[in-house]
Design a protein around this ligand. Structure first.
Ligand SMILES: [Zn+2]
Length: 318
């Protein structure tokens, strides 16, 4: 077993229903992880106490020596809403706290020890209810002058009048075709319009669509393939704009990702279509893949950001 590299870092992920705390060593190896149910917002009672308590339990479980723990990293759904927790937690834990938005933390986790290891730059696309996107160049998340950068879900892919309506109110955006909700809408519309399918219009979900595509239902397969092709059009624009080392995909609208035949076919179709749409050098060299860390990405990434801040701090004071 490889020896633990000091110092260790604590990563915390706060989501709507879950508090997750883990400890990694300096090389990003996970030493311990604890989950607790969570039902409070930023103004909830004893938020800092609850986080600090689980953190100290995780440190104990990791067997980390007192004094070997560096900064703490915190991943939250909305940095503005949770900003007051940062100084309170720092005081409670007696250590500096680094805070990031959960998706940026996840991107950092994948970049550090996940599917993006070895990349110089990457784009994480999360195909969920909406499209999340995080762009990392070197070690830094690119959020733009007005914090509106990296809005890849709103890449314009169809300028015609009848293009689909996006949740933002504009038409023809990527999210209007490839978010989970958009995929299900497209399936329902096709069935209502009379397409034969083993799916039922009033009871369609991503899981059912994936299962029916696995079983060979033609409409389900078409919906998956069309989602892949439209996504590839959006990714081609990202490649032509950012030229990242890789684009990593996750979320419900990857149809199970590597764990299903449909998910694996989805990724192949995305790659093939990028091959037709992007400059050859980009199509050949850019890694297009699924994420690797699953639900560990955000807390590991938050710990990684804390490590980075500590390294930057010590290089500044050196
Ligand atoms: Zn939009």
């Amino acid at each position: 077993m490889t020896e633990t590299q000091s110092p260790c870092f604590v990563g915390v992920e706060i989501s709507k229903t879950l508090l997750r705390v883990g400890v990694v060593d300096s090389a990003g190896r996970s030493l311990a992880r604890l989950d607790a149910s969570w039902d409070v917002g930023p103004d909830g009672p004893d938020v800092d106490t609850r986080v600090a308590k689980l953190a100290s339990e995780a440190i104990e479980k990791a067997g980390a020596k007192p004094g070997s723990i560096g900064r703490l990293g915190l991943a939250v759904p909305d940095v503005d809403a949770w900003k007051e927790l940062q100084p309170r937690l720092a005081e409670r834990c007696g250590t500096a706290v680094t805070m990031a938005e959960s998706l940026d933390a996840s991107a950092r986790g994948e970049f550090w020890v996940g599917a993006g290891r070895g990349f110089h730059s990457m784009v994480l696309l999360s195909l969920d209810a909406d499209i999340g996107c995080s762009i990392l160049v070197d070690e830094t998340a690119e959020n733009g002058e007005n914090n509106h950068g990296g809005q890849c879900g709103h890449i314009l892919i169809d300028c015609t009048a009848g293009s689909r309506l996006c949740g933002c109110g504009q038409r023809g955006h990527l999210a209007a075709y490839v978010s989970e909700a958009a995929v299900l809408d497209r399936a329902r519309e096709a069935i209502t319009a009379g397409r034969q399918s083993s799916l039922s219009a009033n009871n369609v979900s991503i899981e059912k669509l994936t299962a029916e595509a696995d079983r060979g239902d033609a409409l389900s397969r078409e919906i998956v393939a069309e989602t892949a092709r439209v996504l590839a059009v959006g990714i081609a624009t990202v490649l032509h704009t950012v030229d990242p080392s890789g684009v990593l995909l996750r979320g419900g609208a990857t149809f199970g990702g590597n764990s299903t035949a449909t998910g694996r076919q989805f990724l192949e179709t995305v790659r093939e279509e990028i091959g037709r749409r992007a400059f050859p050098v980009l199509a050949q060299r850019t890694v297009i893949d699924y994420v690797a860390l699953g639900d560990d990405a955000a807390w590991i990434g938050a710990a990684g950001l804390a490590r980075l801040e500590q390294l930057r701090g010590s290089s500044r004071s050196a």
